[in-house]
Design a protein around this ligand. Structure first.
Ligand code: PMP
Length: 413
């Protein structure tokens, strides 16, 4: 069956025809039958170069043989025990070694769960009710953070969700990114009610938008001054900007960190971790409740351990990925617009200056983006279907694919 036919059926049985909103490409999404290395094959027999990488997790590409072997090995021993398994200690120790700010870590099944738990923990630890998030930051699809959220919310023009009580939303304060004055004045006025600032250190869900020089350092010092916990949501940037994520890249020590995506090697995972005195508040060690049937499931842990082992054996991959992304940027030189990149995260904005925050990002010409995106797909390059979602490449993207992507950018902008 062709994608258009499948989508017609899907719309009858799944709201909007998809399991996550941003996938609902119009007039219909393409359906994929397999992914290998940097490529996807669709039911319509198209062979696409994938610059979405499942929105970030697949830094080693699709069906990487080493990860596949590890998953198959675990499958033969069962995939869910409902008891502790040695693998969770292995992965916890690795995460702790890789992140000096993380002294203890708890595994969950998604990035959303990780940020939900981290925020509850911050409130439980400080005894304060409110949180601050950055406009356009996306931290998953739970109530506290679905306020001026990026990702699909911005793409679909739905920055606030119906069904989230106003009473709850009033506890989520918003400030613009790259604006230390807004943060300082909010904290000077009201820090006694604020438990934490949660932020993507690099805004990945309307971007990437990069932090200006000194911004993250100032965020760290101002939050510490007011005893407000700093939560780095590194669900995208963790193991993407390097071993140790954005906190290593920029040399910042947050109080808590959330991880996901790459950490599970392409299987569902999330994690939150940080200072031992804070993490010790989590049940059963402490009074902040958090639990999950699939938390620390051996299959995700195994895929994660294999991925991190591979990364540790090939640390040069980060420099290679950065150089490849630079080649794509060079292909866009002289085309107007702006190209933003960091590591293997990148985006071409239909806006002459790189945006500094959510408001500026929304000035990008989304109509131009849409027609560019369609041309890229015709050229067999799959970009995330939004001006506001970061593009990714993987270690499986060889020079051949990078050349094809670069040529397509040149031709399609
Ligand atoms: N935080 C960030 C920064 C994310 O980008 C995402 C998902 N794109 C999440 C949290 C939520 O993760 P998940 O989709 O695994 O629930």
């Amino acid at each position: 069956m062709k994608s258009s036919e499948l989508y017609n059926i899907a719309k009858q049985v799944i709201p909007g025809g998809v399991s996550s909103p941003v996938r609902a490409i119009q007039p219909y999404p393409f359906y994929v039958t397999s992914g290998h290395g940097p490529r996807l094959t669709t039911v319509d027999d198209a062979d696409l170069i994938d610059c979405c990488c499942a929105y970030g997790p697949l830094i080693l590409g699709h069906a990487h043989p080493v990860i596949k072997e590890a998953i198959i090995g675990q499958l033969s021993d069962g995939w869910l025990y409902g008891t502790p398994a040695p693998a969770e200690i292995t992965l916890a120790e690795q995460v702790i070694r890789d992140h000096p700010s993380i002294e203890m870590v708890r595994f969950v099944s998604s990035g959303s769960e990780a940020t939900m738990a981290a925020l509850r923990l911050a409130r439980g630890f400080t005894g304060r009710t409110d949180i601050i998030k950055i406009e356009g930051g996306f931290h998953g699809a739970h109530d506290a953070v679905l306020v001026q959220a990026g990702s699909g919310c911005t793409t679909l023009g739905q920055p606030d969700s119906a069904g989230v009580p106003a009473d709850l939303v009033k506890h989520t304060r918003q400030i613009p990114y790259n604006d230390i004055e807004s943060l300082t004045s909010l904290l000077e006025k009201d820090s006694s009610s604020i438990a934490a600032l949660i932020m993507e250190p690099v805004l990945g869900n309307i971007g990437p938008i990069l932090p200006e020089k000194g911004y993250l350092e100032e965020v760290r010092s101002v939050t510490a001054e007011h005893d407000v916990l700093l939560i780095f949501d590194e669900v995208i940037t963790g193991y993407r900007l390097g071993i140790g994520g954005a906190q290593q890249y920029f040399g910042i020590r947050p109080d808590l960190t959330t991880l996901g995506k790459i950490l599970g090697g392409g299987l569902p995972i999330g994690a939150f971790g940080g200072r031992k005195d804070i993490m010790s508040m989590i049940a059963p060690a402490g009074p902040v409740y958090q639990a999950g049937t699939f938390s620390g499931n051996p299959l995700s842990l195994t895929a994660g351990i294999a991925t991190l082992e591979w990364i540790h054996k090939h640390p040069e991959m980060y420099g290679d990925l950065e150089s490849k992304t630079k080649i794509i940027e060079d292909a866009c030189t002289g085309k107007g617009g702006s190209f933003v990149r960091i590591g293997s995260m990148f985006k071409y904005y239909f806006r002459n200056q790189p945006p500094r925050n959510y408001r500026e990002a929304k000035e990008a010409d989304t109509t131009a983006f849409r027609s560019f995106w369609e041309k890229m797909l015709k050229a067999r390059i799959f970009l995330p279907p939004s001006q506001f979602e970061t593009n990714f490449i993987s270690v499986a993207h060889s020079e051949r694919e990078i050349e094809a992507i670069s040529q397509a950018y040149k031709a399609c902008i």
